[in-house]
Design a protein. Structure first.
Length: 278
């Protein structure tokens, strides 16, 4: 019988034995499993980082918006000073807004001047009330009382909203038509009382995550307890708020991304009424 060449013998004996496969297979599975786990972990990290960045942007944007409103605020109110027709109330009916409530948390209620165009527009002008004492067509109208509205930041359904309220007796109470419109919750039919939707600022905010504090001035470190006391009536809180000139706002929001909880917070302090003159 002819002898097999050495190369033929090597070819016949090449490949893995069953024992070798049984030894190598678990190692390969562990390597693949570890690689997949690493990919999943990296994907979750990317998702949570993106969610955190988006949440941080929304919080900073919201705080900037609050500060912008506060810069022109004529007064901070303990309760909404305007009569509310349905559906402008907190309950989509006529329930009034208060700067603090045991079951609704804190609200920021600011009286702002109404303008003929967006507050961001350089062509905007203040709107004056007629015949107080001058008629609208006279240059002296700028000595009249300014037409004002109310902006309210409040928590509802774990969301932070911004509502705008303007006087209901327009145009008789104004020399011009305000750019601002009264708003109410999205999904509610619009009409003469409500012309636009509340602005949804940020989701994932509980009633304890939006907190306002009132200080005598920017250098104060102790806030007024009376201004946000749920045991004080609106008149008492108003007196305390009027005695302060600096406001603190802290905001925290939570979301879930990739199965992880993401929480971002921000805060600011500001003086109100810095930019009333247009």
């Amino acid at each position: 019988m002819p002898n097999m060449s050495s190369s033929s013998r090597r070819s016949a004996s090449s490949g893995f034995t069953l024992v070798e496969l049984m030894t190598v297979a678990p190692i390969v599975i562990l390597i693949i499993g570890g690689f997949i786990g690493m990919i999943i972990s990296m994907t979750i990290d990317v998702m949570t980082t993106q969610a955190s960045n988006q949440l941080d942007y929304k919080i900073q944007d919201t705080l900037n918006r609050i500060e912008h409103d506060a810069n022109s605020a004529l007064r901070i109110h303990a309760a909404n000073p305007m009569p509310l027709a349905a559906p402008l109330g907190y309950d989509n009916n006529t329930q009034n807004f208060a700067n603090v409530s045991a079951d609704r948390g804190h609200m920021l209620i600011m009286e702002i001047p109404l303008t003929t165009a967006s507050p961001a527009s350089p062509s905007r002008e203040l709107i004056y009330q007629p015949n107080q004492p001058h008629p609208c067509h006279l240059p002296e109208v700028k000595a009249n009382s300014i037409l004002t509205g109310t902006v309210i930041y409040f928590i509802k359904d774990n969301k932070l909203w911004r509502r705008t309220l303007v006087p209901a007796d327009l145009p008789s109470s104004a020399c011009s038509t305000p750019w601002q419109q009264s708003s109410c919750q999205p999904g509610i039919s619009k009409g003469s009382n409500c012309q636009s939707d509340d602005a949804l600022l940020i989701d994932g905010v509980s009633k304890d995550d939006f907190v306002t504090t009132y200080y005598q001035d920017a250098s104060s470190t102790s806030p007024s307890a009376t201004a946000t006391s749920t045991s004080s009536d609106a008149a008492t809180r108003q007196t305390a708020i009027d005695a302060t000139g600096n406001i603190g706002v802290s905001l925290k929001a939570k979301q879930t991304a990739g199965g992880r909880d993401v929480e971002v917070s921000g805060s600011l302090r500001f003086n109100r009424g810095q930019k009333l003159t247009l």
